[in-house]
Ligand binder design. Structure first.
Ligand code: 2NL
Length: 354
């Protein structure tokens, strides 16, 4: 090999092996084999070489081109392996580490109780219905046989909203059952959990609280159906198969007859299902014929029963909470203590058969 080719060879191989990353490698490649690279220029000059030297020089240049190509390929493989090793080292991770857990909240006891009630009545074929917080006077009162002059209106401490006619914040969830009866033909089985509002605020009353009412309408429905249904519910909800339940005559404008439902407890210890005292827990009754007629149902053909309960109250009784106010204060300590895991659903209806 001629001296000039030997010089080019050494300089080129040195520059290829000096390339310390893929960018420098590419620059070295272009400098030799690119359009105006050193070897490209020498190959172009071959045409001007005297014919007797051309063959030998051409063979030498071709050999150089192959050698540079091989050197470039070897360098590229080395650089890529180094780059991959560096990346693997930099991005090293331990896939056996436990995951960082996202903070998990808790289900509010009000929501939990509503879910439990829906699960128990759901197993008895009741659907859950919802409706608006703001109601007409007719849906909240008149349809339920509570006329304008009726003293029950004063009892309800109603929030009236401005307007003509004035509307109300619903004082119970009954207007949702009224809407259900107007929209659906019997048979009807619904429960209606939700917010209710009364202008009443002290240690045991909040102006916003929660109720769950229920309604069943069908042919040949009797007080016996009401009693069996509510006894099953109370025993499943409190998880006490032998819970004593007592029905006591009462009065509501929207039911006839009406009954208060009591459960057995020990007033001194607060224990439910034990002792000789009675605790009022539900209101109930056979739906008043006038209410059925107001809601487009013929009372000679269909009968039914209805009931209502306070969610906060039955929650406090079941979980031994002494005070109503923390329900609405969003105190994380209280919520963590009394809240429920979002991963453990209410499956209390199993208690009905079990
Ligand atoms: C209670 C008493 C009760 C009802 C609610 C009702 C609804 C319709 C027709 C007839 Cl649409 N009745 N609801 C009946 C009896 C009692 O609630 O102490 N609630 C906390």
């Amino acid at each position: 090999m001629s001296d000039d080719l030997q010089t080019v060879r050494e300089a080129t191989l040195a520059s290829i092996n000096a390339a310390s990353d893929l960018k420098a490698w590419d620059a070295a490649r272009v400098a030799v084999l690119g359009k105006s690279g050193t070897l490209t220029a020498m190959l172009k000059e071959l045409g001007r070489t005297p014919p007797e030297q051309r063959r030998e020089r051409g063979a030498a240049l071709n050999a150089l081109r192959d050698e540079f190509g091989a050197a470039l390929e070897a360098r590229r493989a080395t650089l890529q392996a180094e780059a991959l090793a560096a990346q693997l080292a930099a991005e090293r991770m331990d896939v056996t580490l436990p995951p960082r857990l996202a903070p998990v909240g808790t289900i509010h006891p009000i929501s939990r109780t509503m879910e439990e009630i829906a699960a128990i009545f759901g197993a008895m074929g009741f659907a859950t219905a919802e409706g608006p917080d703001i109601e007409s006077d007719w849906h909240n009162f008149s349809a339920l046989n509570i006329p304008g002059h009726h003293p029950a209106r004063d009892d309800h401490d109603t929030f009236y909203l401005p307007g003509d006619p004035p509307r109300v914040l619903r004082t119970h969830t009954s207007p949702v059952q009224v809407r259900t009866m107007l929209e659906q033909a019997p048979p009807i089985r619904v429960i209606v959990p939700g917010r209710t509002f009364r202008a009443d605020h002290d240690a045991t009353h909040s102006p916003m609280f929660h109720q769950c009412e229920g309604l069943l309408i069908d042919r040949d429905i009797t007080l016996g159906h009401l009693k069996g249904c509510l006894i099953d519910f109370l025993r499943a909800y409190f998880g006490i198969a032998t819970l004593p339940v007592r029905f006591r005559a009462s009065y509501f404008p929207f039911t006839e007859p009406s009954m208060e439902v009591d459960i057995g407890w020990n007033r001194r210890t607060g224990e439910i299902g034990a002792g000789t005292d009675w605790l009022e827990i539900l209101g109930s009754g056979m739906v008043h014929p006038k209410v059925l007629a107001n809601c487009g149902i013929d009372p000679r053909e269909f009968q039914g029963f209805a009931f209502g309960m306070g969610i906060e109250r039955i929650t406090m009784l079941k979980y031994g909470m002494a005070d109503l106010r923390p329900f609405y204060e969003s105190d994380l300590r209280w919520l963590r203590h009394y809240g429920f895991s979002p991963l453990a659903p209410a499956i209390l209806h199993e208690g009905l058969s079990g």
